[in-house]
Design a protein around this ligand. Sequence first.
Ligand SMILES: Cc1cc2nc3c(=O)[nH]c(=O)nc-3n(C[C@H](O)[C@H](O)[C@H](O)COP(=O)(O)OP(=O)(O)OC[C@H]3O[C@@H](n4cnc5c(N)ncnc54)[C@H](O)[C@@H]3O)c2cc1C
Length: 449
Amino acid sequence: MPEHTRIAVIGGGMAGCAAARELTAAGKEVVLFESADGLGGRARSWRRPEIEPEVGINLMCASMYSTMWGMIREYGLEGELEKISSNLLVSDGTVVAPLPSDSIPALLRYRHVRLRDRLAFLYSSMREMMVNGRTGRIDLFDPERLADFDDGTTATEYGRSLMSHRGFDYMLRSQIEGFWNFDCDGVSVSHARAMLATMGGAEFFVFREGMQVLAERNAADARVLLRHEVSEVRLEHGRVVVSAQGEGGEAGGEFDAVVVAVPAPIAAKVVASLPREAVGDRMRDYLEGQEYEPALSMSYLVDADALPPETHIMAGGAEDPPIRNMITYPRRVRGADGTVRDRLLVFAYPGRAVTRRLLGRGPEEQYATVTPLLSRLWPGFPRDPEPFQVAERPYGFPIPSPGRYRASVAATRDQRPPVVFAGDHFSSPTTEAAMRSGIRAARGILGTS
Ligand SMILES: Cc1cc2nc3c(=O)[nH]c(=O)nc-3n(C[C@H](O)[C@H](O)[C@H](O)COP(=O)(O)OP(=O)(O)OC[C@H]3O[C@@H](n4cnc5c(N)ncnc54)[C@H](O)[C@@H]3O)c2cc1C
């Protein structure tokens, strides 16, 4: 590649910004196109001056996010992090029971399932951790290491081979679906095994000002064009031409290479007119075939003692529940008269059917529908909580269906510069996996992978 390579990155989420960092660190000129008015994508938060500490949407980073931790240390962002407890409660609609991941005796007291299932869960977790997790054979953030286990079976089939149906529904299913909201019946076994192998004993943190601070640092040396939506990538005389709509009208330009780091269906559209030599059939089929579970995050302010603080409450059972999970954060809220009150900020995520029904319907209808459902997950939820904010993510969680990790590896191996792809849809829907995919894509362009 020529010395002064000019590279476009499309998408300023965690994947695109990590790619930008890798490319600018190698001395490349990078222009990053982002359709929203800020960086961070699905990991982006928001600010409300009267709330302290600010958190916006509750994106967690975990102790095993090794790439992210490396960046946090390098940028000196440790002070931005707030450790949160990993309290996990599982609700059957009536009884809410703790399911601890960091204490074996407490796990053995988990009351929703029989002792035989608790022992089976413990044994399978330890085995996955020792045999596959610690040895690095499986890695929740690395598609290559997930592909080896992706034998076509589902997380549900795997879970039910280890324990009773109820054991699976109230232990493993509730955690996988509680974190990602997709249906274990259509999710690869690799995802379940990797979760068992990596999550035991994990510690969780949130960024005080939101995780986008990391995206912003990663893109600091790129030329960032916010509110620039890319509509097409073409090849002309060996150069990559990016067409975008900015506030001032048509924008874009010519580049030597491009990293396309947007959700898969958008990526497929943007590169639709490229010839097969630039984007092969395998990658094209892959991008077109990816499906997403949308996410609707509804938050509320309630009295400080209304629910336990710093707690993840998840629905148990095999059904798609009306409310899938809630996460609670203590916050200080300054009133109009200057007085400060301790309150709880509660994020509630409806189940799949309710989410799909409510997307795009506006906060009034969303709150009117969701608020009365909250007591189905937490029986004592206040009747009149104060609505705080709604965040819609139509491309919430890319679904790792059985065989998806294998297909991801095959498609990625086939891709060649000047057009490469990144995003969490190649791996698990986590910020760590998204960033690693961005780095991998950038290295593909740099020839250092
Ligand atoms: C509700 C929810 C909670 C989550 N919680 C966690 C968590 O606690 N911990 C965790 O690790 N992960 C969590 N995740 C997953 C995590 O947010 C994602 O895996 C990750 O942020 C994906 O990053 P990405 O860069 O691949 O994609 P995105 O974040 O989707 O980035 C793509 C970017 O491209 C932009 N874009 C789209 N189209 C165009 C276009 N045509 N032109 C220009 N720009 C475009 C978008 O605006 C966006 O900024 C959560 C996800 C959701 C939905």
